[in-house]
Design a protein around this ligand. Sequence first.
Ligand SMILES: Nc1ncnc2c1ncn2[C@@H]1O[C@H](COP(=O)(O)OP(=O)(O)OP(=O)(O)O)[C@@H](O)[C@H]1O
Ligand SMILES: [Mg+2]
Length: 237
Amino acid sequence: MPSPSCTSPHLTPLVQVDQLAKRYGETAPATVFEQVSCEVRPGEFVAVVGDSGVGKSTFLNCLAGLDSWQQGRVVHAGVDLSTLNEAQRAIWRRRHLGFVFQAFHVLPHLDVAQNVALPLMLLGRHGAESQERVQQVLQAVGLAELGGRLPQQLSGGQLQRVAIARALVHEPPLLLADEPTGNLDPGTARQIMDLLLARTRERQTALVLVTHSMDAARRADRILRLTSRGMQPEAAC
Ligand SMILES: Nc1ncnc2c1ncn2[C@@H]1O[C@H](COP(=O)(O)OP(=O)(O)OP(=O)(O)O)[C@@H](O)[C@H]1O
Ligand SMILES: [Mg+2]
């Protein structure tokens, strides 16, 4: 069972992580982390902090079913990810997840608006309504005028906001964000955090945010610290 202090008191969990262990390599496996347990509920904002290299991005990839693990369980709204094959996980991700990757992963040959529209297209949503939604979310991240640009014509901070817009456009119940404000100036970072937080509260979606920024982490409902031996609540939460 997860430690009670890594859980929150109300509502059925949207995400349950139970005793997760991750190792890389087969002949001489190196443990990244083990005994990682936590829960995230709808409408909750959880920040995950930890030293560089401790496994935060790896942990988010496991939560998304993009990486495998050696022990433990990841359960989303009652669905154990280990019971889904690759194709089923991909379909599950499309419907339930927005992911802001630390390295953005925007597609270089598509313009900004096309990159942001991708999750809608994968859900079969085309046409004027989806274009309007793309414009709305570009506006929300401050890129309303840049929809026709190619990624190579953007700054690092603008690229980061494209990745954020793409993760939000289909209004997923769970948003996983890996250092989403890492390349932004303090003012823009605050605006992006306002946007993520407002969305979490208004729509009762959940946000798991990995960050090195204590300014960003302090706005969370709970701060969890990842170590190689588990996930512990940070004193401030
Ligand atoms: N594909 C891989 N094969 C082997 N080791 C890996 C692989 N990917 C990551 N690692 C190792 O796993 C550990 C965790 O990496 P990860 O990227 O999750 O750390 P992180 O906490 O996100 O770091 P940062 O704060 O710098 O982003 C690191 O030691 C890294 O070198
Ligand atoms: Mg990382």
